[in-house]
Design a protein around this ligand. Structure first.
Ligand code: CP
Length: 309
């Protein structure tokens, strides 16, 4: 199968069939990753640059590992320590790297729309690894893969996205994906961290009471408070945030059902999620990270045109 798009800039641009194809291909790559030799020659002739203008632990390592498992040649670029500090523009930086015969660009940038800008100006395929407060498509895909693996289907499943919805590219990509695949979606958190008109704009439920959100959902995807993106005081203190919106083990124990807890990382332990929840049997957090490699292998493989036609 081929994707309908040359780039992966966001989930908003994908067709449900594209998402299905990526998740199904990732299932095959997850099987490869269980083998003693976890490597296939699929992208042996492809060179990929990982261009990170913003900090990352999981996404950067996951892409690099996915590329190595596919036998691609990889180059890692961080803006810190580069000629960006001498005033070189994003476009000049990328064109210089591409002149060394690079085929694909994986890019994280703090500016929303940076990968879309590049896609208009360069011939290489671009994968958005998170752009500002816009989208983080591979995070949503690995979240969906993890939910599908546990629940068997996305269709009809009830997913609550909890916390700092306002500043979260993970929330937006998850909402686009889950709605396209027939899931029911709720956003929950303090009113100051949920944009107005979410319900009408995205056809999602909005809930300001954490207990009610947990009672409703099958899966709670808990988000980090993104202090680095907040330029005004949106809640009184981290301690008070934890008291009102931190997910605690006692809350899960008092539900009359089992729910799954997800988090894209990095976790602020004791703020949005208590440690005895993050490390409990409810938690899918490390399985999300594990699944990220297979999902990113699928994305790179399909964008390189290696899917069956
Ligand atoms: N989930 C995620 O994007 O984590 P990193 O910022 O560590 O890549």
């Amino acid at each position: 199968m081929q994707l309908s798009t040359k780039h992966l800039l966001g989930i908003r641009d994908l067709l449900p069939q594209d998402i299905q194809t990526i998740l199904d291909t990732a299932t095959q790559f997850k099987e490869v990753l269980q083998r003693p030799i976890k490597k296939v020659p699929s992208l042996r002739d492809v060179t990929i640059v990982n261009l990170f203008y913003e900090n990352s632990t999981r996404t950067r390592i996951s892409f690099e590992l996915a590329e190595k498992r596919l036998s691609a040649d990889t180059i890692n670029f961080s803006s810190s320590g580069s000629s960006v500090s001498k005033g070189e523009t994003l476009l000049d930086t990328v064109n210089n790297i591409l002149s060394m015969k690079v085929d694909m660009v994986v890019m994280r940038h703090s500016a929303s729309g940076a990968p879309h800008f590049l896609a208009k100006h360069i011939p290489a395929a671009i994968v958005n690894a998170g752009d500002g407060i816009n989208e983080h498509p591979t995070q949503a895909l690995l979240d969906a893969f993890s939910i599908r693996e546990k629940l068997g289907t996305l269709e009809g499943s009830k997913i609550a996205i909890i916390g700092d919805i306002m500043h979260s590219r993970v929330a937006l990509s998850n909402i686009y994906l889950l709605k396209k695949m027939g899931a029911e979606v709720m956003v929950a958190g303090p009113p100051t961290l949920i944009p107005k008109h979410m319900a009408e704009a995205f056809d999602v439920k909005v809930e300001y009471n954490l207990k009610k959100a947990l009672e409703w959902c099958d899966v709670a995807n808990v988000l980090r408070i993104q202090l680095e993106r907040q330029n005004q005081v949106l809640f009184s203190s981290l301690r008070e945030y934890n008291l009102a919106y931190g997910v605690k083990k006692s809350m899960l124990d008092n539900l009359n059902k089992e729910i799954l807890i997800m988090h894209p990382g990095p976790i602020n332990r004791g703020v949005e999620l208590d440690s005895d929840v993050a490390d409990s049997h409810h938690s899918l957090i490390l399985q999300q990270v594990e699944n990220g490699v297979a999902v990113r292998m699928a994305v790179l493989y399909l964008l390189a045109g290696r899917g069956e036609s």
